[in-house]
Design a protein around this ligand. Sequence first.
Ligand code: ATP
Ligand code: MN
Length: 463
Amino acid sequence: MTTPRIDRVLKEGEIGSSLEVRGWVRTRRDSKQGFSFIELNDGSCMGNLQIVVDADVPGYEDSIKDVTTGASVAIEGELKESPGKGQRVELQATSLRVLGTTDPETFPLQKKRHSFEFLREIAHLRPRSNTFGAVTRVRNVISRSIHNFFQSRDFVYINTPIITTSDCEGAGEMFQVTTLNVDRIAEISTKIDYAQDFFGKKASLTVSGQLEAEIYATSVGPCYTFGPTFRAENSNTTRHLAEFWMVEPEMPFYELPDDMDLAEAFIKTIIKDVLEACPEDMEFFNKRIDNTVLESLQNVLDNDFIRLPYTEAIELLEKCDKKFEYPHEWGRDLQSEHERYLTEEHFKQPVILYDYPRTIKPFYMYCNDDGKTVRAMDVLVPRVGEIIGGSQREDRLSMLETRMAECNLDPKEYWWYLDLRRYGSVPHAGFGLGLERMVQFVTGMTNIRDVIPFPRTPKNADF
Ligand code: ATP
Ligand code: MN
């Protein structure tokens, strides 16, 4: 007897075959004629398998009372064509075993709609709900799609360190990693001697694997990192996490337009893969979460991304009559409301802004000849805003040194990064995509806390 997952049973289970299914009970209904209907879900898909259990099935009498919402069961049976609407097959049970009971009085996940806020408090049970099951499956397909996209283009997957002693952005707020007894130090001294610390100097959790990825891009060729990233920014928004996953491809011999082309193809491929692999889950998001999701994703697939210099974006914002909360002017970073105006209201499709003022971007971006801008690009998408940030990297040693001085960075700390420009420097470029922002974009989920299994945000690291 086989024990297939329920998605397989629903899609391709052979009528007349005998099988065992295992999962968690969504509902049970008892008929007056003395048999029961069980809706069973095992997390493999949105749909439940309907199971008919006659009263004479072994185990029925003793255990049917324990078959309550949330209980786990193993049921053997024969697959039948379903007379009911809405499903192709149902299982006619031949045996019933309860694996784990659930106290209906205390089980928090009842078969009704719960608020996302409440579900966050039960992050250990929320993946058993429809929405989080769907988010989890879509997130998985996105991760698979990311690897497929790069692997099929012969990019090399590399693992960059989580603990680092360099600060990639120069200004990023980082979580410190230490084995020093902080409580004790506070008692005896005001100064911390990092030479005594585990790594012999101040260490932190990484904010990006880019600098290390550049090392590999300029030796093994196009490569990508895909791992957890940490930012200690105290921003309580629906688009920021303290711990998130970032994909960072890095390509030698790429200039900014090549970087943009790759980013556009990348986003489109992920969307295509999700639509193909998760039609049922996507239908659910479109119906229950945001009924513009499918249309807007199709719109992304059908059109070229807009490419617009930052300077022209500022002119557009100046000309439009929308009132913004924050000011915009040349030389200032765009706020999320400005980005969303451009992509949601003005162009109504993804926009790649490029050539940003060098004063608002990190030291490693390539300086344009105008002396004012750098070859940076941000991909903005409706509903989310910035989803990708990237750039062509500065590959000229003297220019990089100038930029480091401008940013008050000590070249000694970055000696190895500068060596890449000293020995066989080549033009290269890359970008970073936040996995959770991509999941938000694809599913229409509005809060980033609801697209990662266990969100870490200010004052919250439960589970
Ligand atoms: P933002 O301006 O939205 O705060 P950023 O410019 O600081 O983002 P980058 O350093 O360019 O972000 O990081 C690359 C990508 O990583 C972003 O485009 C975004 O998709 C994602 N990202 C950045 N910070 C976060 C965060 N705190 N939580 C989740 N994803 C993030
Ligand atoms: Mn950015």
